[in-house]
Design a protein around this ligand. Structure first.
Ligand code: XIL
Length: 344
């Protein structure tokens, strides 16, 4: 009897393998975050940076778990136009090539930003006329170079202050608020197919800063300026609380016909991390994933790198870290499992 039953089970298993193929029976390969996100029509990505690409285990996970990549620094102005009119796309290209090899799409980051600018640009005064020429050339040369290779651009990064007024940058000061519309138009001319986003932090909640983007988006739309989405960086911190209005906020942009994306997600905490903090962090990762899935046109989520090993947080926020879903040894943390659950 026992033998018979075993035989039946064996035969059934054989039939299963024959019908569904070996992959369906193998339990050692769980679906990746990218696989799970794709079932919802979303991407799940990570930032990366050129120096890390010598780390083979890191690169292997980067290539398998995600279907979207953002270069953390390689496409910024200081890297791409280190001298006026002299362009260097080698770092961005390295990341684009890697992404292509892994069938991943690339978000371009970023064309116009007050930070990480080359010295030749910040070290002198410009008239409005001069700076317009410089800005247009920078945008169009870079966008043209990556035409067909990036699916979206963070055209203007961090343009507003916390209170919703325009940030006082070299571009705003010299050109006035119209520089944003101009940047979008110039980028669109250089690649009519690429999706164009402004991108900023602390705009996850409804409030003065996200209101500024809402108003800007409406205005630009009304004026026929090419604009396709709003990037919410989502650099969160446990001590500031979860942005409870995130989902409503995403929804109001969606109602304008705009895409949204969570573009630079990390959730930092004061160190040392402990079980409780990691549990809260996990909950937040799950919640923000659910918020994106709940809103039409929230197209995807990008971690600002996926492992604590290469996070920018410890260098920029004293005493803080442990912000990502994989730890410094590339082991998944509770946050990773929370994201998986949210995507299931
Ligand atoms: C950070 C990079 O991760 C660091 O390596 C670099 O030293 C500074 O910039 N918002 C942005 C990103 O839009 O470009 C920043 O990236 C993080 C904050």
């Amino acid at each position: 009897m026992r033998k018979n039953r075993l035989a039946v089970v064996g035969a059934l298993a054989a039939v299963l393998v024959a019908v569904t193929g070996p992959a369906a029976v193998a339990h050692d390969e769980p679906p990746t975050l990218a696989d799970l996100a794709q079932r919802h029509g979303r991407y799940f990505g990570s930032a990366t940076d050129n120096p890390e690409l010598t780390d083979a285990p890191y690169v292997s996970l980067l290539g398998s778990e995600f279907d979207q990549i953002t270069p953390g620094n390689g496409m910024k102005w200081y890297a791409t136009e280190p001298q006026q009119g002299v362009f260097d796309f080698s770092q961005g290209d390295e990341i684009v090539d890697l992404a292509r090899a892994n069938h991943q799409k690339v978000r371009g980051h970023t064309l116009v930003w007050h930070s990480q600018l080359p010295d030749w640009l910040t070290g002198r005064e410009w008239t409005a006329g001069e700076l317009r020429v410089v800005l247009k050339k920078h945008i169009q040369t870079e966008v043209r170079h990556y035409r067909g290779k990036v699916f979206a651009w963070d055209v203007v990064n961090e343009a507003f202050n916390e209170d919703g007024t325009y940030r006082d940058t070299i571009f705003y000061r010299t050109l006035g608020p119209g520089y944003i519309a101009d940047a979008l138009r110039w980028a669109h001319q250089a690649d009519p197919r690429v999706k164009l986003y402004p991108n900023d932090y602390n705009i996850e909640s409804i409030g003065p800063k996200s209101d500024a983007y809402y108003r800007l988006a409406k205005e630009l739309r009304a004026q026929g300026v090419p604009l396709h989405g709003i990037g919410l960086q989502a650099h969160l911190a446990l001590q500031y609380g979860y942005p409870a209005t995130l989902e409503d906020n995403l929804r109001r942009f969606s109602r304008l016909g705009l895409e949204t994306a969570l573009t630079e997600v990390d959730i930092r905490m004061y160190l040392p991390a402990d079980e409780e903090k990691l549990a809260t962090q996990a909950e937040w990762y799950g919640d923000l994933t659910e918020a994106c899935l709940a809103v039409r046109r929230c197209v995807g989520i990008t971690l600002w790198d996926y492992t604590d090993k290469y996070s920018w947080i410890p260098a920029f926020f004293e005493g803080e870290g442990a912000a990502l879903p994989w730890d410094e040894e590339l082991r998944p943390k509770p946050a990773y499992y929370a994201i998986r659950d949210a995507l299931k």
